[in-house]
Design a protein around this ligand. Structure first.
Ligand SMILES: Nc1ncnc2c1ncn2[C@@H]1O[C@H](COP(=O)(O)OP(=O)(O)O)[C@@H](O)[C@H]1O
Ligand SMILES: [Mg+2]
Length: 247
């Protein structure tokens, strides 16, 4: 199916058709108060984000805590006694925007900060194979559950992140290949829905035990994170692949 624009839910459905990707996709639904109740019972914590969102904008984490419910947005926390309170708060915030609701993944950490990976996958033209041209990690700021640079996250080299992370020993060694294979498979799959697409920025989270999840594929990935690294070789490679001079 051909897709347009930036619609996280449609992209999720397209990825989900590939059975190999299924174990790597957090369960996602369009917002409905019914799903909030069901998913909180099942997963204890969920993430609610705009269907057309970017750069960590308007991302709500809702947790079923012993004494009630907690919402985290950026580095702010709000408590609610009832699920009805949570629902009213969220629906007030939504306005006219469409939202999706997703199982929250408990991410591995570096120095008590969550982190995830950004993989850049490119192809020269539709008939050419997809290739990995960049990979880095993004560490969230203290108190934030999101890692976006726009929300004070920092880009760090992939190897450095692995080294300092709390991912179990014995798993780290094979991680790079697994992440790259996953990003490639996801790009191949979604590339079929976007025949003119030549670049994807794949967001992948990892748990302490090594289990991986794809958060999203970005059709217009920002490259500032790669540019901010001391070693500019990946940035230069990505720009060269695009056929543009690095600046
Ligand atoms: N289901 C989830 N579980 C845990 N963290 C998440 C989840 N979804 C998103 N995040 C965190 O929030 C960040 C932003 O979410 P993402 O889906 O990439 O939206 P955006 O388009 O705003 O970047 C992710 O990079 C990740 O750090
Ligand atoms: Mg993202």
């Amino acid at each position: 199916m051909r897709l347009w624009g930036r619609n996280k839910y449609h992209m999720y459905l397209a990825l989900k058709k590939n059975k190999n990707l299924l174990p790597y996709l957090p369960v996602t639904k369009m917002w409905h108060k019914y799903h909030l109740r069901r998913m909180l019972l099942k997963y204890k914590s969920v993430v609610i984000k705009p269907n057309n969102g970017k750069q960590g904008d308007s991302i709500y984490f809702v947790k079923d805590a012993a004494s009630g419910y907690e919402i985290t947005i950026d580095n702010n926390n709000y408590s609610f006694r009832t699920i009805q309170g949570v629902q009213n708060f969220l629906e007030c915030q939504f306005g006219e925007r469409e939202f999706i609701i997703q199982q929250e993944i408990e991410l591995s950490e570096i120095d008590d900060r969550r982190f995830d990976f950004r993989v850049i996958v490119q192809r020269k033209s539709v008939n050419k194979p997809w290739t990995i041209t960049g990979i880095l990690a993004r560490k969230g700021e203290i108190g934030y559950k999101i890692t976006n640079r726009r929300r004070h996250g920092t880009a760090i080299p992939f190897e450095e992140a692995l080294k300092h992370s709390d991912i179990a020993h014995g798993i780290k060694e094979n991680m790079e290949k697994e992440i790259k294979d996953l990003a490639l498979e996801a790009s191949k799959t979604l590339g079929r829905s976007f025949p003119d697409q030549k670049i994807f920025g794949v967001d992948i989270g990892v748990q302490k035990q090594g289990k991986m999840f794809i958060f999203e594929l970005n059709r217009w990935p920002l490259l500032g994170g790669f540019k901010s690294l001391e070693d500019k070789s990946q940035y230069n490679k990505i720009m060269a692949y695009k056929g543009k001079k690095a600046n």
